[in-house]
Design a protein around this ligand. Structure first.
Ligand SMILES: NC(=O)c1ccc[n+]([C@@H]2O[C@H](COP(=O)([O-])OP(=O)(O)OC[C@H]3O[C@@H](n4cnc5c(N)ncnc54)[C@H](OP(=O)(O)O)[C@@H]3O)[C@@H](O)[C@H]2O)c1
Length: 263
């Protein structure tokens, strides 16, 4: 197992990516501390992990609330002795931020994803890093999307928010890698099992005039493999990056777009 004896904290762990990553980390032997805005959804994921033989605890933490993040991290460290991995997987509902042309978009809605995603990543990363520095080891991770690197219409402030997170990954790494802390992002394309992709389709359904199945085919046709990645495949890549086997990786975002986006 790649993550034996590692302690991981996951933000947005009730969501599609957060819960898949939590399961993969636990399968690889990590003790996982799951957090989310809503206790019920993270508790359900923790129960699943425990019944599969893993070690998981759930807590209600708003990943935009610095004090709540700090208190929770301290309680995880009091219990487990250390934190090795911080993974920020929060996502805000796309229906609030997609579907409106930039020339018609309210400035508050334009700013919402930029402020939310960058602030949450900044807070969770730096509070974990302050603890990891003492151990001279740790991995800070998050997730972005191909919007960071290519122009896509009707996504408002989402593209700049993803580009900003990737820039923050590089900046965090430049400051933290000398202390033994790696900072690495994941950039998956579209995983159709998730509500994020269902909502992205809803926002375009009328304009495109195609069905959900046809839209998945269109997305898949842009990859080299002519298929979309599963959540499990994405989570397996996350577990590898979080492990010591990826000790040479920092300051970068792993391109998981299956050829859809060139490096
Ligand atoms: N799904 C994909 O195929 C895909 C591909 C590329 C990139 N991404 C990106 O990856 C991220 C996660 O996507 P996802 O599909 O896993 O989304 P998701 O299923 O909607 O999960 C996001 C989770 O974040 C939680 N959350 C939101 N704000 C929070 C906060 N302030 N504090 C704590 N938790 C918070 C949500 O809780 P609530 O339920 O309470 O809102 C939800 O459980 C998003 O940025 C998304 O754009 C997704």
């Amino acid at each position: 197992m790649m993550l034996t004896n590692k302690v991981a904290v996951i933000y947005g762990a009730g969501g599609a990516i957060g819960s898949a990553v939590a399961r993969a980390f636990a399968r690889e032997g990590a003790r996982v501390f799951l957090t989310g805005r809503e206790r019920a959804s993270v508790e359900a994921v923790a129960r699943d992990i425990v019944s599969a033989g893993g070690s998981a605890e759930a807590a209600e933490v708003d990943a935009l609330d610095e004090r709540a993040i700090d208190r929770h991290l301290q309680s995880a460290i009091d219990e487990a002795g250390r934190v090795d991995i911080s993974f920020n997987a929060i996502g805000i509902p796309d229906r609030r931020i997609l579907g409106v042309p930039l020339i018609d978009l309210d400035v508050e809605l334009f700013s919402l994803p930029i402020a939310t995603y960058t602030t949450s990543y900044f807070l969770t990363a730096r509070l974990a890093a302050r603890r990891m520095i003492a151990n001279k080891s740790g991995v800070i991770m998050t997730v972005t999307a191909l919007h960071s690197r290519t122009g896509i219409p009707l996504v408002g402030g989402y593209s700049p928010s993803m580009a900003a997170k990737e820039a923050l990954t590089r900046a965090l790494s430049a400051e933290l890698a000398p202390h033994g802390i790696r900072v690495v992002g994941l950039r998956p394309y579209a995983m159709p099992e998730t509500r994020t992709i269902a909502e992205a389709f809803d926002a375009r359904a009328k304009t495109l005039g195609i069905t959900w199945e046809q839209w998945q085919d269109v997305l898949a046709s842009r990859t080299h493999a002519r298929r979309l990645m599963t959540l499990e495949e994405m989570a397996n890549a996350a577990a590898f990056i979080a492990s010591d086997r990826a000790s040479g990786m920092t300051g970068t975002t792993m391109n998981l777009t299956m050829g859809c986006l060139d490096d």
